[in-house]
Design a protein around this ligand. Sequence first.
Ligand code: NAD
Length: 336
Amino acid sequence: MNILVTGGAGFIGSNFVRYMLDKYKDYTIVNVDLLTYAGNLENLKDVENNPNYHFVKGDICNKELLSYLVKQFDIDVIVNFAAESHVDRSITQPHIFVKTNVFGTQTLLEVAHEQRVEKFVQISTDEVYGTLGEHGYFTETTPLAPNSPYSASKAAADLIVRSYFETFKLDVNITRCSNNYGPFQFPEKLIPLMISNALENQKLPVYGDGKNIRDWLHVNDHCSAVDLVIHYGQPGEIYNIGGHNERENIEVVELILEKLNKPKALIQFVTDRPGHDRRYAIDPAKIKEQLGWEPKYSFEKGIEETIQWYVDNKDWWRRVKSGEYQKYYQRQYGER
Ligand code: NAD
């Protein structure tokens, strides 16, 4: 199988590229990534010499390039991870989110349709469903009610993907996953931000009262779900992916401090994010029952391994946290 992976230099994409190259020795993986601030080829250093792996720096809005690559590599499947992915940035720069997440997805779909690609998998998010109260779960039929420019752009993309199935009969799937954690996550996201700040004895900025609930899934469990969807996903279907690991943000932050033996005094509550969703929780029954997916990581094991990875890879995140990222961080949370 020849797979075009977009956004493969980012957090989930790079873990997915590695997962697929490890598991399928005869597959070709072509990774197209624009290398924005979030894209980092260091994430894939260990596979860069694999003859089945090809990296191309490019924009998913560039139809000519995508058409050329699909033809050149005889692509069977497109998996679209490429996105602007950080909610806070979508509040300050929403237009980039619309461009990449909406226009980029539509461009890919057009290429997939024109070149008769066999399957198109859109990596979406549970955030398209909006927020939950204390009870209940997001299912695939929960109405879309996105609250941030990020989630709105992802929801818009999902609807365009759906339309290519209904109108053009393109074989599409949409996956909606809960919050991922694991190695190579950009340290603007909750878990790596808190681990790396704690390791440097810096303040840990926690939004609002810290009681927002996220449903955490190890990135490798996300990869195994996407793998199943590529091979067995039924045309036009949506699959929610989540491991029933609901945690309040403050609980996660305190756990990280405990594991690193750092004082709770490092926690600093900061003004809440506007439109901050209170609770996400995924019902993954469909993908479990229909595709036989099961997550392998417990949160306890996964978070311990992840903390250890950031302890062992300080050079990686120190490099990532310098430069452009630093300027953004100061705009977001002020001088620390
Ligand atoms: P990320 O920000 O770490 O990576 C995104 C990648 O896309 C980067 O490598 C970036 O360079 C690339 N990119 C951005 N714009 C591009 C463009 N125009 N053309 C080509 N490449 C471009 O994001 P992530 O956390 O790995 O998320 C990957 C996907 O999974 C996203 O679509 C996101 O919406 C979705 N998702 C993420 C989570 C999560 O918890 N991180 C949860 C559910 C769904």
